[in-house]
Design a protein around this ligand. Structure first.
Ligand SMILES: Nc1ncnc2c1ncn2[C@@H]1O[C@H](COP(=O)(O)OP(=O)(O)OP(=O)(O)O)[C@@H](O)[C@H]1O
Ligand SMILES: [Mg+2]
Length: 404
């Protein structure tokens, strides 16, 4: 019996792949933004679920640190974006990790509103001090945050370094007009104002395709403030690397075989999560066959069924029959893999009714209403051009596989 080898593939949110394929253009794009002397363009990394945003962010972090930037960041939770105060708390907690070793002379720390008690000594910018400055600074949350960050900027200027705030899941950022809380606008205002004063803070936001339109909706000036880096499926060469490099390195049971690689590329659509998922399954099958001394045979349809059960079925279970009808109609639109309009859906639905393939059609207003609901459920999103796209990769193909 052969020794059991460890499966190298890692399908899972934020799990580093055994080989991170492609993404050279995106990394170069980001590296260019680090070279700005006066920060005017802030990177946004956006793309569908599972396309590889989080693991790329880890790489970008290394690039930034190697270029001498300080880096702080976490996931932006909905709670952090509930109120302006929560956002400020989030930013200062993150900031303190880097600044707690920053020393500020007492002269720098003394302003008209902030007189440190211990006037003889230098101060370190730990969390307590950041919070104290925040609390004592006059004005609104925006003013208070600016006061804190301007003091930090003084140290950064002396060190001739910049600082990056990087937030993943940034589509969670929102203003809440109903509660008179505008954390998203506060964030944008603070960075815009600091950057205008030529302080070297860079804001990096990572999230689903809804992120950028959301920022622009909060502040039209956001359009000029950000540089959008869109992650797409891997091209065939990169997908091939993602599949074969980990097994080349590995002397395990699975060896690259052209027809198998081609069918994995096809079944995954080049989407990184699906590549990892399918490869892990194939690898397990290969291990089991090798243990029994059997030749390797892989059934992609079996693996696809497992993917349907593990990845799509949970989502599918959340929608009503009528919503399923609508999604099914969408998956029959010619360009369903790219985008679609309400008009197209409504027209196609009435044709399908005539052909007796659908019981009843949809009016424009009903379709609109249902799409809003479905975008809240994470199935579709509205593109910048007022059309809609599926928010989950290969969702259209999954829907077409479902027996009605
Ligand atoms: N360039 C790549 N090459 C190979 N595998 C990759 C690549 N990028 C991502 N992956 C794999 O794809 C999966 C999803 O990656 P990740 O969690 O970074 O996606 P995401 O876009 O952040 O997803 P979500 O929208 O759910 O946050 C992980 O299993 C990861 O290992
Ligand atoms: Mg992620």
């Amino acid at each position: 019996m052969t020794k059991k080898s460890i499966n190298p593939f890692r399908p899972g949110a934020g799990h580093s792949p055994p080989y991170l394929a492609g993404r050279d253009d995106e990394k170069a794009d980001f590296a260019k933004l680090l070279k700005q002397t006066i920060v005017m363009d802030n990177p946004i990394v956006t793309g569908l679920r599972g396309v590889g945003k989080t693991v790329l962010l880890e790489e970008l972090k290394q690039i930034a640190i190697n270029s001498g930037w300080y880096w702080i960041g976490t996931d932006m939770s909905e709670t952090a974006s509930l109120t302006e105060d929560n956002l400020a708390t989030r930013l200062m907690a993150d900031l303190a990790v880097v600044t707690s070793h920053f020393v500020v002379g007492r002269k720098e720390a003394i302003t008209s509103w902030f007189h440190p008690v211990n006037v003889g000594a230098d101060l370190t910018l730990g969390h307590d001090l950041l919070l104290e400055i925040y609390n004592r600074a006059p004005g609104l949350v925006t003013d208070k945050l600016k006061a804190v960050l301007e003091l930090v900027a003084k140290v950064l200027a002396k060190e001739n370094r910049g600082l990056i705030f990087a937030y993943d899941e940034a589509q969670n950022l929102s203003d809440h007009a109903k509660d008179k809380q505008f954390p998203l606008s506060v964030l944008l205002d603070v960075f815009q104002s600091l950057q205008r004063k030529e302080h070297r803070f860079l804001l990096t936001l990572v999230g689903l395709p809804t992120l950028f339109p959301k920022l622009v909706e909060a502040r039209t000036s956001a359009e000029r403030m950000f540089h959008v880096i869109t992650l797409d499926r891997l091209n065939d060469d990169d997908a091939r690397d993602a599949i074969t490099r980990p097994i080349h390195k590995n002397s395990g049971p699975l060896q690259p075989n052209e027809s198998l690689v081609t069918s994995i590329i096809e079944a995954s659509g080049g989407y990184p999560y699906f590549i990892q998922f399918i490869c892990r399954e194939v690898y397990d099958v290969a291990s089991q066959k090798a243990e029994k001394g059997e030749p390797l045979t892989v059934s992609i349809p079996d693996i696809t069924r497992k993917l349907d059960a593990d990845f799509f079925a949970g989502r599918w279970a959340k929608v009503t029959d009528r919503q399923r009808d609508l999604l099914w109609v969408i998956a029959q639109v010619e360009n369903y893999g790219v985008d679609f309009s309400v008009l197209e859906i409504v027209a196609l639905a009435s044709q399908l009714v005539k052909k007796k393939r659908l019981i009843s059609g949809f009016s424009s207003s009903l379709a609109n209403q249902m799409l809003t609901k479905l975008s809240r459920l994470g199935f579709v999103y509205k593109t910048q051009h007022g059309r809609y796209s599926f928010a989950v990769p290969l969702l259209g193909q999954f829907i077409r596989r479902q027996v009605r």
